[in-house]
Ligand binder design. Structure first.
Ligand SMILES: [Mn+2]
Length: 329
């Protein structure tokens, strides 16, 4: 969930929701306390340094372990000297200055992206078991998926599955928004969760069959095979997918149609994938004119920061929105 932070009374709400999520994830008393502390500091920093911003609270899971991800994102002036800002006692806004250093100290994973004129993103994660950093060469995936303002349920959805030699990613956008769109999106997520094969074409056909009883959706499935350097893609309807890296961008083609209602014979397309490739997939709640080149240094950052900054800057604001980012770490 993403919460807009505009006034200091909201820091209590951020703390409470973080603590609730940490407890649901059974992170243990120490990590629950640490997460609540970090969330409070992050929300306070947003107000202090940027005036306002967004807090993303998200459960994340990988290889049987689960954790809590917090991302604070603002459009403030940026941190000029990150090393100095991380030292306890240093603050440019005249406070105690323990904020950033404390967040880093209590979190299992900590990352900053800060550029003057663009703003600051801070990621702090808390894991149930000791989180082992992903082995080199692993493709990591992160998503941001938020309902249109005023709706409880998100009519978009996404999912990932890891197979022996491949990683499968899906984005789905149920027609319209609200409960009926959400029903189609949840159905597609379940098909991916149960999939026995990693073929995008077959998974999309299975989603089509499962969505016949729903109002239908746009959906796209990508399979990354790091060892062979290939990405296969199949999509129907308005899901955008693009392989980007510094200086290059390649859009992938979807077919016209509506999954669950009328789907053409789906063709699968194959593209080259390498260690510098980044996959961005998104629903039409995100504008199509995004460009990661405008964020210096973003290529070396975790995919969750890419997804979050695209969501911040390119959400259309009149639909559910989902952004998925994948890259080799
Ligand atoms: Mn949509």
């Amino acid at each position: 969930m993403i919460i807009e932070v505009k006034e200091s009374s909201q820091t209590g709400e951020i703390r409470r929701r973080t603590a609730e999520l940490a407890e649901e994830l059974r992170l243990g008393e120490t990590r629950c306390g640490a997460a609540a502390l970090a969330a409070t500091e992050m929300a306070t920093n947003l107000l202090k340094h940027a005036g306002s911003g967004n807090m993303l609270l998200q459960r994340v899971g990988e290889n049987g372990s689960s954790g809590l991800r917090l991302i604070a994102v603002d459009k403030g002036p940026g941190i000029g000297d990150i090393t100095r800002a991380l030292q306890d006692g240093h603050s440019t806004a005249g406070s105690m200055g323990t904020g950033l250093g404390a967040i880093r100290r209590v979190s299992d994973i900590f990352e900053i992206y800060s550029v003057p004129g663009i703003g600051t993103l801070i990621r702090a994660e808390f894991w149930r078991a000791k989180h082992h950093a992903s082995a080199d060469g692993t493709v990591e995936v992160a998503g941001v998926s938020e309902p249109i303002q005023g709706e409880e349920e998100c009519g978009d959805g996404w999912g990932i599955r890891r197979f022996a030699d491949s990683l499968v990613l899906m984005v789905v956008d149920g027609l319209g928004h609200g409960v009926l769109a959400a029903e189609a999106a949840r159905e597609a997520e379940q098909v991916l969760a149960r999939a026995q094969v990693d073929s995008p074409q077959e998974i999309l056909q299975d989603i089509h069959a499962a969505l016949r009883k729903t109002r239908g959706a746009a959906a796209a499935v990508a399979r990354i095979q790091p060892a062979t350097g290939l990405l296969s893609f199949a999509g129907v309807g308005n899901i955008s997918a693009c392989i980007v890296s510094a200086g290059t961008s390649r859009s992938m083609a979807s077919h016209n149609g509506t999954v669950g209602l009328h789907m053409p014979r789906v063709q699968e397309f194959t593209y080259p994938w390498n260690a510098d490739s980044n996959l961005i997939m998104h629903s039409d709640g995100l504008g199509s004119r995004w460009d990661l080149e405008r964020y210096p240094g973003i290529w070396s950052k975790h995919p969750s920061l890419m997804a979050t900054i695209l969501h911040r800057d390119f959400s259309r604001g009149r639909d559910d929105v989902t952004v998925l980012a994948a890259k080799t770490v």
